[in-house]
Design a protein around this ligand. Structure first.
Ligand SMILES: [Zn+2]
Length: 97
């Protein structure tokens, strides 16, 4: 996925506006996938779908990035946790130091 593992730097105040023109990165249309597609079932058994909302390190992608609405994000978290318990997705990165 194209979601960076590290958080972007916190910019207090406004963003961009420096010399060289404002740079836009990863401007994607954000919308709740579950609201858009009513058919899409939020289910822990649907690993391929769940995995899109979990980062490489096994963290749940925050909704300001994924664009999921509050209602579905809440449901999604529950499903992700279920999926973890039944070992469909990892709790964390498997790398052991
Ligand atoms: Zn929604």
């Amino acid at each position: 996925m194209s979601i960076p593992t590290r958080n972007p730097r916190h910019n207090s105040g406004r963003e961009g506006g420096g010399p060289g023109g404002p740079k836009r990165r990863y401007v994607r249309k954000k919308f709740c996938r579950f609201c858009a597609e009513k058919e899409l079932q939020l289910d822990y058994k649907n690993v391929y779908m769940i995995k899109q909302f979990v980062s490489e390190r096994g963290k749940i992608v925050p909704r300001r990035i994924s664009g999921t609405c509050a209602k579905h994000q809440r449901k999604l978290t529950v499903e992700i946790k279920k999926a973890r318990i039944v070992a469909l997705i990892p709790f964390t990165a498997t790398q052991v130091r």
